[in-house]
Design a protein around this ligand. Structure first.
Ligand SMILES: Cc1ncc(COP(=O)(O)O)c(C=O)c1O
Length: 325
């Protein structure tokens, strides 16, 4: 594997802990539940994007860019972490946020502001790629050298960050003398799952990786994850293909849509906090935990199997959802 030879900038505190959540595991009736603490990656309050950005931002540096443009919803963790990565590398962060100009700036929006990001608010449901391209040409005309990162940083290079996470986890499992059966994580734009699935297929074969969708339908997301995984494989030199049939996506925990909590999600957030002091979020990890709980209830995982929940971060978003708690 050539992961070590790909350009990379260090942005994340790695390795993140792989720790047991004994009280939550017990409450769920699981013999052993572990949490991969990617909420602790350190970049401007942490989360999964730090790993992706190590590889994606290296490309911006290589191209000599001075400005980074990315997109997301108003409470995008990806936008917040990209803004932080940009300023750390001496670049100007510009965020094209889908949702219209807000009246208030809670949660991630506040952190974006503090980080000095420039905002371009576009009406909800806009073609954000087109909007980013417009902003890029305007900035270019003004003499800037912009680098555009698509939604969620979910490019093949971004997914490589999670191949690296799988490698890290494989080493931790060996050190702990542990075998795992299932991995659960939230799937949004799909890059995290793509890299992790590919990496676990290579380094911890036999592990079932379950992506709990937070927005997209399972059919579309399966294709996206398979495509990104296969492209990431060729970037890192792994002789593997990720087929859509390898990708286990469950979209039945989305509820009314992206960013709208469900009662199960709120309950999962309360439970994780009240047992092991884990702070989940209402957009991603709360729904992923609700998915894990639902899979146990539905007999898709057995109580005597070992499960890893990937905590991908997102807690800053919780501060924008006060009325749900
Ligand atoms: C906290 C959190 N978890 C999970 C995800 C999903 O990752 P991906 O977009 O790579 O599927 C995101 C993406 O924005 C996120 O912010």
């Amino acid at each position: 594997m050539r992961i070590g030879s790909l350009p990379r900038v260090r942005l994340a505190d790695l390795p993140t802990p792989l720790e047991e959540a004994p009280r939550l595991g017990e409450r769920l009736g699981l013999r052993r539940l572990f949490v991969k603490r990617d909420d602790n990656t350190g970049l401007a309050m942490g989360g999964n994007k730090a790993r992706k950005l190590e590889f994606v931002m290296a490309e911006a540096v290589r191209q000599g860019c001075d400005t980074v443009i990315t997109t997301g919803g108003l409470q995008s963790n990806h936008a917040r972490m990209t803004a932080a990565a940009a300023v750390r590398l001496g670049m100007r962060p510009v965020l094209v946020l889908d949702g219209g100009k807000p009246g208030r700036y809670p949660g991630n929006l506040l952190l974006d502001k503090v980080l000095g990001a420039e905002f371009e608010f576009v009406p909800k449901g806009s073609d954000v790629d087109l909007e980013m391209a417009k902003v890029a040409s305007r900035l270019k005309a003004g003499g800037a050298k912009p680098f555009v990162i698509p939604l969620g940083g979910s490019t093949p290079l971004g997914a490589v960050g999670y191949v690296n996470a799988a490698l890290e986890m494989a080493g931790q499992l060996v050190d702990m003398g542990m075998k795992i059966d299932h991995v659960f994580l939230a799937a949004g734009s799909g890059g995290t799952m793509a890299g992790l699935l590919l990496g676990l297929k290579a380094f911890v074969p036999g592990t079932k990786v379950w992506g709990i969708s937070v927005g997209k339908g399972s059919g579309r997301l399966r294709e996206v994850v398979a495509g990104l995984g296969t492209e990431a494989a060729s970037l890192v030199g792994l002789p593997l293909v990720v087929e859509p049939a390898d990708v286990l996506i469950d979209d039945s925990y989305v509820g009314d849509g992206y960013g709208i909590p469900t009662p199960e999600c709120v309950e999962a957030i309360r439970l994780a906090a009240a047992t092991d002091g884990l702070i989940l979020d209402p957009v991603y990890t709360g729904k992923a935990m609700a998915g894990l709980i639902g899979h146990l209830r539905d007999g898709l995982i057995r109580p005597d199997e070992n499960v890893v929940f990937v905590h991908t971060g997102g807690a800053p978003g919780l501060f924008a959802y006060e009325e749900w708690f």
